[in-house]
Design a protein around this ligand. Structure first.
Ligand code: GLU
Length: 326
């Protein structure tokens, strides 16, 4: 359910066009779409191409094609427009700058001049770890204004968010109650030295601007939630509800990737597998149906039950994969 019952549920899928969609992405996209469609909400597609070095325009097009092939649709997005556009991050820089200015004006940010080598050296100390790497030890946090001004003559700094010392807890719709020590991840970057806005800031600004009420995405982003909650709070914005679905793993226990072969949507399409077959298989893997049988995306809507979704990583063995190809 949406946190705020007065507003219609608004969910989104927000792919980064730096690689092809694979079945794990399709799973998260399908479940997010089902969550929204089963609540008669609005589904948004947002292209997260803020990292222009890693993003490829042809992959952005291919991702939309793959999702349409699967039978998913969206009410707002880069190709269909909508009231909260742009829906492509590279076109939203002014909104991120506004948020940076707001945070800067409130004293929530500081310039960081540490080089990669400094960070590597600091990483050897036993600090907290997260998906963003070793926690930053705070080296530049207490520079005086004069020191910072002097250093910035030689080097363009990154900007870090000052993480408060607090415990952050939230109820995840799939993973359950989560409790994080905010400081354990360290002060995080909101703008890189080369000017690029961080994922953490961009995603918060966009989800707020697009009035997203419910985020359902892969569990690789679960440990980003505390950072995002801190940004929502600092910016005076209401946070959405979160649900993180488990990742697909290969039989080697590593995240499903190219080396496991044939799991991109493009590769599956090439074998002639019908989208209904893939959807039925995804629903079966999710525990929402008893055996893999072909289903259209709209057939899946009444079958969606958030509380049935597994919370542990899903091992995709050859045996399970063979049920997809038949
Ligand atoms: N763009 C991110 C990714 O593809 C997902 C962002 C999100 O869902 O918050 O990993």
């Amino acid at each position: 359910m949406s946190q705020n019952n007065k507003r219609p549920m608004r969910g989104r899928f927000a792919p980064t066009p730096s690689g092809e969609l694979h079945i794990g992405n399709a799973w998260a996209a399908l479940l997010s779409w089902l969550q929204v469609r089963s609540s008669s909400g609005i589904f948004v597609l947002r292209m997260e191409d803020i990292d222009t070095q890693r993003s490829r325009p042809h992959l952005a097009r291919q991702i939309l094609d793959d999702l349409y092939w699967l039978g998913l649709d969206w009410d707002e997005g880069p190709d269909v427009g909508g009231p909260f556009g742009p829906y492509t991050q590279s076109e939203c820089l002014e909104y991120y700058m506004e948020a940076l200015n707001q945070l800067g004006g409130m004293g929530c940010l500081y310039p960081c001049f540490c080089s990669r080598a400094d960070l590597m050296a600091a990483a050897r100390a036993p600090h907290g770890l997260s998906s963003e790497g070793p926690a930053y030890p705070g080296t530049c946090r207490n520079l005086t204004a004069e020191e910072a001004a002097r250093k910035s003559l030689d080097k363009q700094p990154s900007l870090r968010f000052k993480v408060p010392h607090e415990i952050i807890s939230f109820q995840d719709g799939v993973a359950g109650l989560q409790v994080f020590d905010a400081a354990a991840g360290g002060d995080f970057i909101v703008r890189r030295a080369d000017g690029m806005i961080s994922y953490q800031l961009a995603v918060v600004v966009d989800d707020h601007r697009m009035q997203i009420t419910d985020i359902l995405r892969g569990a690789d982003l679960l440990d980003s939630v505390p950072r995002q909650l801190m940004l929502y709070k600092a910016l005076g914005m209401e946070a959405p509800s979160f649900a993180h679905v488990p990742l697909f793993m290969g039989p080697d226990g590593k995240r499903l990737a190219k080396r496991h072969g044939g799991t991109s949507l493009a590769a599956i399409r090439e074998t002639g597998t019908a989208p209904e077959r893939l959807l039925g298989w995804l629903m079966w893997v999710a525990g929402l149906i008893g055996k893999p049988e072909p289903l259209s995306a709209y057939d899946c809507i009444p079958l969606f039950q958030m509380d049935k979704l597994p919370a542990m990583p899903i091992i995709i063995t050859d045996e399970i994969l063979s049920r997809l190809h038949g």
